[in-house]
Design a protein around this ligand. Structure first.
Ligand SMILES: [Zn+2]
Length: 376
């Protein structure tokens, strides 16, 4: 049985510890202590040194009594998108919000607390189950770095659930986008703006020519593209010698994504050529999409768990990324479980007590439903 007050206390305690990406050590130490105190077999990997952080991923086991049941995991991430130093949390009409000038951090403590409480409740229940694992990652918000560094193949897991998206609780993300990043450096040519501007090439004008007519925003049924950051220039009286632009594109269709990225690259190259200059473009595939079919055991178990609690087991597609992208890319079937976190990455972030409890009940039910399966 999920213990509501214990769950809320855990959520508030986790939120109270400042844990921006690469600086999660205090949160990791506290959580390890909690997991050990409830009798789990707790390990750390060596992700911190690989990614330049001060903390490692935590892998905690509740050993099972059913050797033929699938080995399943629940996952959430320690880091918050911004620091939360000085956070004051208030509960207003059953909704937890930040009363200070920071985010709340329900992303992802609103996933982590229910995952831990579910495993705790399963242990206390005395019900038969297979091996259950908590995968608690660092540095998710800066590009899924903790999950990337995790040596997940060694764990012998069959499938699992990443608690890391918004409501409605009971729904799941089974399909996501591939995400590309572009770093663009347009070379201009400096010259004195008053004395000999004709000897210069203005990189801002090159950028403007490239961006004029570039297809951005929602560029196709499954694709988005954005120019997010622009900087450049050295002084008001110098013809602009460089412009840097950081851009991204995402799509659930690799063909559409490749076409969109090709279009953006071509616009920059063509504009540079027209102005008699050059552009450097660094193109990186940030993470890969996944599409877990509805008949996969990880989805079947999830749908049964939602229905058992009277929740609607909708399967969703999103263009956002999570650790599930990395786990799937490494061959471990994973889907994202909706939690109560809303308005994430803003200071209006919130989560309701009811959704927090329902997420924990659902996570517990996922573990019970998995225990009824046989390993493939
Ligand atoms: Zn998150």
């Amino acid at each position: 049985m999920i213990q509501e007050e214990r769950l809320v206390r855990l959520f508030l305690d986790l939120c109270a510890i400042n844990a921006p990406a690469l600086r999660e050590s205090e949160s990791v130490a506290w959580t390890k202590g909690y997991l050990e105190s409830i009798g789990l077999d707790v390990h750390e990997d060596r992700a911190g040194e690989k990614i330049g952080g001060n903390a490692n991923n935590v892998i905690a086991w509740l050993r099972g009594t059913l050797p033929d049941a699938p080995r399943v995991f629940l996952s959430a991430h320690f880091d918050t998108v911004e620091p939360t130093e000085g956070l004051v949390i208030e509960e207003r009409d059953g909704v937890f919000v930040s009363a200070s000038d920071t985010i709340l951090g329900a992303d992802d403590k609103g996933g982590m607390a229910p995952a831990i409480e579910a495993v705790h409740a399963l242990k206390e229940s005395g019900k038969p189950h297979g091996d259950v694992c908590l995968l608690l990652s660092v540095a998710e918000e800066i590009g899924l770095k903790g999950a990337e560094a995790m040596e997940i193949q060694e764990l012998g897991l069959d499938f699992g659930y990443v608690l890391d998206t918004g409501p409605p609780v009971g729904s799941y993300v089974t399909r996501t986008a591939t995400h590309d990043k572009l770093d663009i450096l347009i070379h201009g040519k400096p010259a004195h703006a008053g004395k000999d501007p004709e000897n210069g090439i203005n990189a801002m004008q090159v950028a403007a020519a490239a961006i004029q007519g570039m297809s951005l925003g929602r560029t196709g049924p499954e694709t988005t593209a954005n120019l997010g950051i622009i900087e450049g220039g050295t002084a008001v009286n110098v013809v602009c010698p460089f412009v840097k632009i950081r851009a991204e594109a995402r799509s659930t269709s690799l063909d559409e994504l490749d076409a969109q990225v090709g279009h953006m690259v071509q616009r920059f190259e063509q504009a540079a050529a027209e102005f008699g200059t050059t552009v450097e473009i660094d193109h990186a595939r940030h993470y890969y999409s996944y599409h877990v079919p509805e008949d996969a055991p990880v989805v079947q178990v999830a749908q049964r768990a939602s229905r058992a609690l009277g929740l609607e087991p909708t399967l969703r597609t999103t263009l956002g990324g999570s650790d599930a992208n990395v786990f799937n890319a490494k061959g471990l079937p994973s889907i994202v479980v909706a939690t109560g976190m809303e308005f994430i990455h803003t200071h209006d972030e919130r989560i309701s007590r009811r959704d927090l409890v329902d997420t924990a009940r659902l996570a517990y039910q996922l573990l019970l439903e998995a225990a009824r399966q046989t390993r493939a």
